[in-house]
Design a protein. Structure first.
Length: 76
């Protein structure tokens, strides 16, 4: 029940938390490792990194769109 409410009608704080968490994880991975500059990583690791980041950003964008849609729905 909680997850359904959290994903269907996110609040402003939840959207900020989701977006900031994804940005933090993305930047931390890039700055704390030599992921993009090293040849040690395999294509599979790059693919996994890309899929995880794409999924995270999709969740962030979806939360933002749902939040904006709910705000417009409340105004009309």
């Amino acid at each position: 029940m909680f997850m359904k409410t959290w994903t269907n009608t996110p609040t402003k704080n939840q959207v900020l938390l989701t977006c900031s968490l994804m940005t933090f994880l993305f930047l931390r991975l890039l700055t704390m490792t030599d992921f993009l500059t090293s040849d040690r990583f395999s294509n599979r690791q790059y693919l996994i990194f890309g899929m995880l980041m794409a999924a995270g950003f999709a969740i962030s964008i979806t939360h933002f769109i749902l939040y904006r849609a709910n705000m417009v729905g409340k105004l009309s």
